[in-house]
Design a protein around this ligand. Structure first.
Ligand SMILES: [Ca+2]
Length: 452
């Protein structure tokens, strides 16, 4: 506790560039189908994946990385032709463009990011029509997005999940059948088909179960109606807003012990890449090994069951480290360019595409940008008005997805009136438009590429 205060503390916060440069999703297109409907990509500009997990090298011929630069019109043409033109050539009307998934971290690049917004309600945008700073649900491009989805659902170019189980379980089962041309994918789960259920995610689930010869191209593929193409970072603030993963030291710890503690943390977290790896990932040659040249190639992790009994403690390796993780951009780029370890993140890093495609909101609802008092006021107002705003938001979205809105412009104007009357006006005036709430600035978070 800071001397002379009752509510202020000193601690060591997280620095997590792995989270703030982490874009969860990537778009994939079935490359064979793309060619079947008359499109193509310059294969000389695509990079084939190199799967990290031993025994899955056959996947290296099936997944490629590239930048699509397809226009919104071309995307819509593909959605139609993937549905109507029998792209798999089996003579059966059994394929469609893509699955529509309620916005979440897996959908941004492929769906709502094309309209310049993401699922995160803490992101705020300056609306060109009202001039107000608002959450996505009151942002005019959200209307265009819902109209786009609604029309594609009506035509059958997009399909909805059944909605009986968790969305990700349903999506895993349906995507495995290989009936859709455009897929919302995990950034690099295909590298590790045996880890964390990644083998159940598309396109790996298709390649392992349904069609081992299918080919997919992954990357930023499409642009939206205004030429926009964005993806949202998983953790917008490398310091976690100081809210979590903050190491606290009790007042009963003597200065002598604190010095010892900080010395240990300095050594294990900041001294060198060697000590960082040693105290976060274990002992080289036991817990992991370099695939090639040390510090320049990927690390191959030893499965827990193959470790000698006394070393099976990988979950506890973080005891003497801070949550300090630096950018791996230079490492991944080198590893791909020099050693061929291509993945979607490596491709994005190598061509500086994360910075190019990062979705930067105009404002971000978080205490550091607002000050604690304004943030507290927001928390209280939000708790009060959520109850009146949410039903309006849900009703409009459900009617759009169910094809019950024919005139989006008229109904949107009415919807916005309802939202503002339900408390949004007050939140816009007192919080969102408030000049004390400073604009979000990504700073150098997408420019930093290694350890400081
Ligand atoms: Ca077919």
């Amino acid at each position: 506790m800071v001397k002379g205060t009752t509510d202020q503390y000193l601690g060591i916060t997280a620095i997590q560039f792995n989270a703030c440069q982490y874009f969860y999703d990537i778009t994939a297109i079935n490359l064979d189908w793309l060619e079947a409907i008359g499109y193509s990509m310059d294969m000389s500009k695509l990079y084939p994946v190199r799967v990290v997990t031993e025994g899955f090298e056959e996947l290296n011929d099936n997944i490629f990385f590239g930048e699509g630069n397809f226009t919104f019109e071309e995307m819509n043409d593909m959605l139609r032709k993937f549905t109507e033109n029998d792209p798999d050539g089996n003579g059966i009307d059994d394929t469609y463009g893509m699955m529509y998934i309620l916005p979440n971290s897996s959908t941004t690049m492929t769906q709502e990011g094309l309209f310049g917004f993401a699922y995160d309600v803490n992101y705020l945008y300056k609306d060109k029509v009202t001039g107000d700073t608002v959450p996505y649900y009151a942002y005019t491009p959200y209307k265009d997005y819902l109209q786009w989805v609604s029309e594609n659902l009506q035509k059958g170019y997009m399909k909805k999940l059944p909605g009986e189980q968790a969305w990700n379980l349903e999506y895993q089962q349906i995507s495995r059948t290989n009936k859709m041309g455009i897929l919302q994918c995990h950034r690099d789960g295909y590298l590790r088909p045996t880890t964390w259920g990644y083998g159940e995610l598309p396109p790996t689930n298709i390649l392992l179960n349904t069609d081992p010869d299918a080919r997919f191209v992954m990357g930023p593929m499409f642009r939206g109606p205004e030429g926009v193409a964005t993806d949202a970072t998983y953790g917008i603030d490398p310091f976690g807003e100081g809210l979590y993963r903050c190491h606290m030291v009790g007042v009963q710890v003597s200065d002598e012990k604190l010095i010892r503690l900080l010395t240990l943390l300095q050594y294990t977290s900041f001294e060198s890449e060697y000590t960082h790896l040693r105290y976060n990932y274990g002992i080289e040659g036991i817990h992991w090994r370099w695939e090639g040249e040390p510090y320049k190639s990927v690390r191959i992790q030893t499965p827990d069951e193959e470790l000698p009994e006394e070393y099976r403690n990988q979950g506890e390796l973080h005891v003497f480290s801070t949550w300090a993780y630096f950018s791996t951009a230079d490492f991944e780029t080198y590893n791909a360019v020099e050693n061929g370890w291509w993945s979607a993140p490596a491709y994005m890093y190598a061509y500086n595409l994360y910075e190019k495609y990062a979705l930067n909101p105009d404002k971000y609802l978080s205490s550091p940008y607002m000050g604690p008092d304004l943030y507290q006021k927001y928390v209280e107002m939000n708790a009060e008005y959520t109850q009146t705003i949410n039903p309006i938001v849900n009703d409009f979205r459900n009617r759009a997805l169910n094809g019950q809105i024919s005139d989006f412009n008229t109904e949107w104007a009415h919807y916005i009136e309802q939202l503002y009357a339900a408390g949004l006006q007050k939140m816009v005036d007192e919080i969102f438009n408030n000049p004390d709430f400073i604009n979000y600035d990504p700073g150098d978070k997408f420019k930093l590429r290694g350890r400081p």
